[in-house]
Ligand binder design. Structure first.
Ligand code: SF4
Length: 454
């Protein structure tokens, strides 16, 4: 499949807990469209991590919006407010924008502590007729990065020969690098050639530029936010507007470090506030890639042009696809190493590419960035994508830049001991070995310690 959707326009605060459940609800609307006349009630059942951190991640809200037939990329603040007023005050859902049905939050949204068998993020949607008879129900899993799969799709994954044979395919870093040398292309060029099997060149370039435009808007909105407190129980103050005000007189030799932190914090806060951001590859980690791009824009000036933007995103999505294919980009499945770690690895490779590294060094940059995120747990306090997530994006961006520079400074003759494929496999195995408490359940780590201190 095309890798463009590694980057997609969505809403905060979480790709797996907000964007994915919203998409599942949209898909369910399509699935039951023929039964529309009979629908009198809809039930939302959330399991595992979607339940344990669902309220903080707005999973319930996302399902309600999705069942109203609204897609994440089309959601505006006023639309969200009107849908929630309809649901909570008027006790109605305008099902798929076609039929008004009764809705009672206490009765129709159920949070279960147990997990469904196939993935940590399970949910079930059901519709009933006026006599309370079940018409149809469907289990969905939100598998990370805003992607979803039904129970059937996870149980019977498409066999390779079910899908169209592509001229250009890579399943791991080794194959990617071999193809690059076979066709004498950079990773960005190879990624473009891969995407051209699905879309026209113009569509791909336009998609990348649209993504970059939303990334810049999220930074602007975060740095200039008017409301000062982020939503949720922590009552956390937004820091980006103040950090931005300090920048003008920052003459410290390490001012660039402060600037990169500002870029990341502004975007991560915008995500935490439920604003429009780019899932990259997840919402929790949405600020890492754009913070590195904004750094390159400041550092390279006019040299960071349209081509650099497109090449950056194409390189990052090729690397992101390796994590999605061979490991995970879901904090609920493999901890924060799968989210911030993957984002940092993608950004490191892309930065090295733009700074002129050869393909081997680009892959090494990706490897270094992930190697130093291995073991990173996911322990969002009170289930909100705020502590530790917001600052963690800044560290992901800084590590990415550091990794790109380290990779570029390597001796040409020395082969790295750890390859990108090995580190991806290690991340996945570490994630599988990780205790469930550290995988987006808010039952361990900082989430637990802070609870006992409050
Ligand atoms: S700790 Fe990391 S993986 Fe967990 S919600 Fe925050 S950013 Fe996402």
């Amino acid at each position: 499949m095309s890798n463009l959707s590694i980057f997609k326009i969505g809403v905060g605060p979480s790709s797996s807990h907000t964007v994915g459940p919203m998409l599942a609800s949209n898909l369910f609307c399509g699935l039951v469209d023929k039964q529309l006349g009979d629908i009198a009630r809809v039930k939302i059942e959330l399991y595992g991590s979607l339940s344990l951190t669902g309220k903080g991640h707005l999973t319930d809200v996302a399902c309600i919006i999705g069942l109203n037939g609204i897609r994440a990329k089309d959601l505006t603040i006023s639309l969200k407010e009107s849908i929630l007023k309809l649901a909570y005050q008027d006790k109605k859902i305008y099902f798929n924008q076609k039929k008004m049905i009764d809705f009672d939050y206490e009765r129709d949204v159920i949070f279960y502590k147990d997990f469904l068998p196939l993935h940590e993020n399970g949910m079930k949607l059901s519709i009933f007729d006026a006599s309370e008879t079940l018409i149809i129900s469907q289990v969905y899993y939100s598998i990370g990065g805003g992607f979803v799969a039904t129970e059937e799709e996870l149980q019977n994954p498409k066999k390779e020969n079910d899908s169209k044979k592509l001229d250009l395919e890579f399943n791991n870093a080794k194959e990617l690098l071999e193809l690059c040398s076979k066709y004498n292309k950079t990773i960005a060029e190879l990624s473009l050639a891969y995407e051209e099997q699905f879309h026209s060149t113009d569509e791909i370039k336009r998609y990348c530029l649209d993504i970059w435009s939303v990334m810049q808007d999220s930074y602007y909105n975060g740095a200039n936010a008017k409301e000062s407190i982020l939503p949720g129980s922590l009552k956390l103050k937004r820091r980006a507007p103040y950090l931005a005000s300090l920048q003008a007189k920052n003459s410290d030799p390490l001012a660039m470090v402060d600037l990169i932190s500002l870029y990341a914090i502004a975007i991560a806060e915008e995500n935490a506030a439920g604003g429009r951001v780019v899932t990259a590859p997840t919402n929790g980690a949405c600020a890492v890639v754009p913070a590195v791009m904004l750094y390159l824009k400041s550092y390279l000036g006019k040299k960071f042009n349209e081509k650099s933007i497109i090449d950056f995103l194409l390189t990052a999505m090729a690397i992101g696809s390796l994590y999605k294919k061979n490991a995970s980009i879901s904090g609920a499945e493999a901890g924060c190493q799968a989210e911030i770690g993957s984002a940092s690895s993608m950004a490191a490779a892309a930065a090295a590419q733009i700074l002129g590294a050869n393909n081997a060094r680009v892959a090494t940059a990706a490897e270094i960035a992930m190697e130093h995120h291995l073991g990173l747990t996911c322990d969002p306090v009170d289930g909100l994508v705020q502590i530790p997530c917001i600052e963690r994006n800044a560290f992901g961006a800084l590590k990415a830049i550091s990794a790109a520079r380290m990779a570029m400074d390597r001796d040409e003759m020395s082969t790295p001991r750890v390859g990108l494929d090995e580190v991806i496999a290690t991340m996945y195995q570490t994630g599988k070995d990780m205790d469930t408490r550290y995988k987006e359940t808010a039952l361990g780590g900082l989430a637990l310690t802070l609870k006992s201190y409050c």
